[in-house]
Design a protein around this ligand. Structure first.
Ligand code: PEP
Ligand code: MG
Length: 582
């Protein structure tokens, strides 16, 4: 029995046999064709392109039904590549001018293309390189007339899929009834594989480094997608223990569904507004279905990331209207574009920065591109008359930025006045607290905005100097650091004193082991990934505010993250023992 630790990215436990997926090595030899074959070769290529587009469209449409929206964004990126005239031109030129076979022309062009992405040193680009290889594999498979489709089609038993890495298409095409878990060598919390596995509800552990060499197909494995632990060839007692845990988890999840329409209220009557985070309008139904009382974070930049061209005012407006209509009066916090850093558009790829997380991102980027910013603000303002709409600026790092952003908003209001277009002049304006300087200067900002939302994903990385997507420093990335908690506490206190609402919308809010602490620290609004709403609600409904406050005081007296984490784990285990057991 051997134990491996990676990063758990999609919760759940599976006990089953392993299947190693070996990488298909696509080595395409360079072979010249005769001039008389050029036309036929081009036709072969265009047939392969057509068939690939059809496959991707089908994959996108089937895999996004019921799953999250990021999948659609990925496949739209694939389709965008296959429709990119410049790229297609290099394929055809390869055949016509260089007399390459279609396979070689495709492979050579895409590898050149991938190289440009690889040189950027940015995690986002590394992920995109996988997409490019994915397209290469798909086109070559079509050209060679064999459908290698993961070679998983003959699997009859449920298995844990072990791979060095998986491309987005591979992950999304997995049959959930057969693939019970995923373990991969590569990847971090934000990799495409992690995102898709999570949305498909398959337990997954990434960043295992060398698991493909440590497991053989047929070995029994226990995969815990929450703790990130993989046990290879466990003994009978361990298997039994985990099977029981798996069953308890299933019952626990089922019971949670009953909480959907009950309030997130502590036993002694303190109400917590549990809201959901979304990236695309069609996530609203699922979010409400999980019991959210509104949308506390709409990451509008996904409108850009899902499409190759810049969205128009009407594109923005249509998305906002869709969300607002579906919410039927429930509040929606529209965050203005948070582009840059790991959220690159093709346009930005042309002018890369050395330290994009510290560069021209978020509100800085919007203020440097006023036309783009105004297009979005016009759409938000126009939509503001249709429901309970609030606007929020991301990553504000100086009071001047907040003032400038509000000034632009006022300019747009004036333009709408002149055009006689209605909007809500009292639209609440908030800001995200994502950098330590903003948390420390919360009192200054509180005078100038209507609400705060604490973005812990970024606040943690900027406070601790730990890249949130880098698996090499993942063990240093924690919200349980006393410095992070001190900043959060400051923001909550300032907000309460200034009588403006404070919410928290980073992943920390979805971590059930932090719920008691956050409530005890005074947070009354949490906006989290919809999947976690029922479990967080369960904790809230099981505690008394006074006890949560005691926990918060105790935590603030600790000096080390480890102490804090283990104390919070013990406290949470007492509240929801059924969620533990391993
Ligand atoms: C955050 O930083 O916590 C946040 C919610 O924003 P994002 O994850 O989109 O950067
Ligand atoms: Mg952020």
């Amino acid at each position: 029995m051997e134990l491996k630790k990676g990063i758990g990215v999609s919760s759940g436990v599976a006990v089953c046999q392993a299947l190693i997926l070996s990488d298909d090595d696509l080595r395409i030899g360079r072979r010249a064709i005769h001039a008389s074959q050029i036309e036929a070769e081009k036709q072969r290529l265009s047939a392969a392109l057509g068939a690939s587009r059809a496959d991707i469209r089908e994959l996108r449409d089937t895999s996004t039904r019921g799953f999250t929206s990021e999948i659609a964004a990925i496949f739209n990126f694939h389709l965008g590549l296959l429709d990119d005239p410049q790229l297609l031109d290099t394929f055809y030129q390869g055949i016509e001018k260089n007399r390459f076979t279609a396979e070689y022309a495709v492979s050579r062009s895409l590898r050149e293309y991938a190289k440009q992405f690889l040189q950027q040193k940015d995690e986002y680009f590394r992920d995109r390189v996988k997409d490019i290889y994915d397209i290469e594999r798909r086109l070559i498979t079509k050209l060679q007339g064999k459908d290698r489709k993961l070679r998983l089609s003959d699997i009859t038993e449920p298995i844990a899929l072990i791979a060095h890495d998986l491309t987005p298409s591979q992950t999304a095409s997995l049959d959930k009834t057969k693939i019970k878990a995923i373990c991969i060598d590569a990847g971090g919390q934000t990799s495409h594989t992690a995102i898709i596995a999570n949305s498909m509800g398959i337990p997954a552990v990434v960043g295992l480094e060398n698991i493909t060499h440590e497991i053989a197909s047929g070995d029994t494995v226990i995969v815990n997608g929450q703790s990130g632990i993989v046990i290879i060839n466990p003994d009978a007692a361990t298997i039994e223990e985990h099977k029981k845990y798996e069953e308890r988890q299933i019952t626990f999840e089922k019971n949670l569904r009953r909480l959907r329409d009950l309030p997130a209220r502590t036993k002694d009557g303190t109400e917590i507004a549990l809201m959901g985070n979304i990236e695309f309008p069609y996530e609203v139904e699922n979010t409400l279905d999980r019991g959210a009382v509104g949308i506390g974070l709409y990451r509008t930049e996904f409108l850009y990331l899902a499409s190759e061209k810049e969205p128009t005012e009407e594109d923005h407006y249509a998305s906002y209207v869709e969300v607002i209509r579906k919410l039927n009066g429930k509040p929606i916090v529209i965050r203005t574009l948070d582009l840059g850093a790991d959220k690159y558009t093709p346009l930005m790829a042309k002018d890369p920065e050395d330290n994009p997380f510290l560069g021209l991102r978020s509100i800085r980027l919007c203020l440097a591109n006023l036309d783009m910013f105004k297009v979005q603000l016009r759409a938000i303002l126009r939509a503001s008359v249709l429901g309970d709409v609030r606007v929020m600026f991301p990553m504000v790092s100086t009071p001047m930025e907040l003032r400038q952003a509000k000034m632009v908003l006022r300019d747009v209001m004036e333009e709408l006045d002149e055009a006689n277009i209605p909007y809500n002049p009292y639209l609440p304006v908030g800001m995200m607290i994502e950098v330590p300087s903003a948390a420390l200067m919360a009192a200054t900002y509180a005078k100038e905005c209507d609400f705060f939302s604490i973005g812990t994903n970024d606040l943690i990385q900027y406070t601790l100097a730990v890249d949130r997507g880098n698996q090499k420093v993942a063990s240093l990335y924690t919200g349980a650091h006393p410095a992070v908690l001190a900043l959060i506490r400051n923001v909550i206190r300032v907000g309460n004193r200034a009588n403006i609402s404070v919410s928290l919308c980073g992943e920390l809010g979805a971590d059930v082991e932090f719920t008691v602490l956050l409530v005890g620290m005074g947070l009354r609004t949490l906006s989290i990934t919809p999947h976690s709403i029922p479990e967080v609600k369960k904790v809230i409904r099981s505690i008394n505010l006074v006890d949560a406050q005691k926990v918060a005081r105790r935590v603030m007296s600790f000096e080390h993250s480890q102490q804090i984490l283990s104390y919070l784990r013990d406290e949470t285990r007492k509240i929801i023992p059924e969620a533990y057991g391993v």
